[in-house]
Design a protein around this ligand. Structure first.
Ligand code: S3P
Length: 432
């Protein structure tokens, strides 16, 4: 589906960001692994998270949906059922990487995970390696791509160092560790989002973090009770960017999750002199069992270029396309370094962002590990291909509102993966 986004006269009003995708996935998965029913308040109903509900149903969980509230009655840590065929993860990379952590602990049972065309290009060797070290039998197409086959086993605890800072890989190992035979240690090269650790802590698991090292002690059961999902900082980021870029804008975005491991983008925007007020969790805060929330007050203003360094990348990974867009409007140069992971997201996001924004008039080039943008005071407009990637679709929409001539987004329907109703929300906020 194509959609056109005309230059906006300003965005104004209050809006609630959609529920967090990462936390919704985790709540449904932990619900399936828990011994008691788990009540999830404000579950995100989007294509990705619905794939997770479908997956846990096929594994034996009972899922009741009452609008925003979802109740999951799970099978416990070691009693997942074997589905009839392959588990279809759709477009959901988080499901593809986290679910195997649980399945690896299903002793003697086999599972296959597969998904759409984009999923078939997402590497799974990064989770197959630690799960094999723990004792599961793992195999994948060409050793690294889906379909992924898992034969569960009695797992051993491991001490494992991640090659890339990935919350998905870390979480996979932490979930497997619950049913392993001791304490598992995971080290990451830089801090990535810590929702899994927080939720496990809330479920009574002995999990701790010392700098970049997470330890988790095996558990008999998960007792999660209920989870309240905050607004998604990554979805809110598109609204923040629109508010910052479009003249005359003033937005109040309610109920946004401000866990410091997710707010790297907001810190980057502030560094670029963008106006985003809100009570962000302090950077480097110790691991806690809750997810902090805040309202964000956003206003249009002039921006300055910035350099995003590698250690900041995991904390803003899904928002880096927006940093490129802001860079087009900023004074001076904006550079993102150490972001080669963008090449293996829902699409190659370095190529998608660079080609896409260049087609709209940006002065941007790809580097080996990111991109460099020379601010030219704005964007002309034109058309952009979402490449089946929800975040590129939403990037194109925001670019259109801030552009001189408007933007036609090819494949706008991809936005429903994380933010159904995004275009409608933008239209509702538009000043007449
Ligand atoms: C996610 C982690 C990130 C992010 C993805 C969601 C998660 O991936 O890009 O959209 O929910 O854990 P990596 O941890 O693999 O970088």
């Amino acid at each position: 589906m194509n959609a056109r986004f005309e230059p906006s006269r300003g965005l104004s009003g209050e809006i609630r960001a959609p529920a967090d995708k990462s936390i919704s996935h985790r709540a449904a998965l932990l619900g399936a692994m828990a011994s008691e029913p788990v009540r999830i308040e404000r579950f995100l109903h989007a294509a990705d998270t619905n794939s997770t509900l479908d997956a846990v149903r096929t594994l034996g969980a009972l899922v009741e949906v009452h609008e925003e509230e979802v109740v999951v009655r799970g099978t416990g840590l070691r009693d997942a059922l074997v589905p009839d065929g392959a588990i279809n993860v759709g477009n959901a990379g988080t499901l593809l990487r986290l679910l195997p952590g649980w399945l690896a602990a299903q002793d003697g049972r086999s599972f296959t995970l597969d998904g759409d065309e984009s999923i078939r290009r997402r590497p799974v060797d990064r989770i197959a390696e630690p799960l094999a070290l723990m004792g599961a039998e793992m195999s994948a197409r060409e050793g690294r791509l889906p379909p992924l086959h898992i034969r569960g086993a009695r797992l051993r605890a491991i001490s494992f160092t991640l090659a890339v800072a990935s919350a998905q890989v870390k979480s996979c190992v932490l979930l497997a560790a619950l049913a392993a035979d001791g304490t598992t240690i995971v080290r990451e090269p830089a801090q990535s989002r810590d929702h899994t650790e927080r939720m496990l802590l809330a479920a009574g698991v002995a999990v701790s973090r010392e700098r970049l090292e997470v330890r988790v002690v095996n558990a008999d059961e998960l007792l999660l009770g209920s989870v309240r999902v905050p607004g998604d900082a990554s979805s809110a980021a598109f609204l923040v960017a629109a508010g910052v870029l479009v003249p005359r804008s003033r937005l109040l975005i309610r109920d946004v999750g401000v866990n410091w491991t997710r707010t790297g983008f907001l810190r980057i925007v502030r560094r670029m002199r963008g106006i985003v007020l809100g009570d962000l969790e302090e950077e480097g805060s110790a691991l806690a069992g809750d997810e902090p929330v805040s309202d964000l007050d956003v206003a249009h203003g002039a921006l300055e270029g910035t350099v995003v360094e590698p250690h900041e990348v995991p904390l803003a990974i899904d928002e880096l396309p927006l940093v490129a867009l802001l860079g087009c409007f900023a004074e001076g140069e904006t550079i993102v370094r150490g972001a080669q992971e963008l090449r293996v997201k829902e699409s190659d996001r370095i190529a998608g962002v660079v080609d896409g924004l260049r087609g709209l008039g940006a002065d941007i080039e790809a580097t080996s590990d990111g991109f460099a943008v020379r601010g030219s005071g704005g964007l002309r407009g034109g058309s952009i291909d979402a490449r089946g990637d929800h975040r590129l679709a939403m990037l194109g929409a925001v670019a259109g509102l801030a552009s001189e001539e408007g933007v036609e987004v090819h494949g706008m329907d991809a936005a429903a993966v994380s933010y159904p109703g995004f275009a409608e929300d933008l239209a509702r906020l538009a000043l007449g």
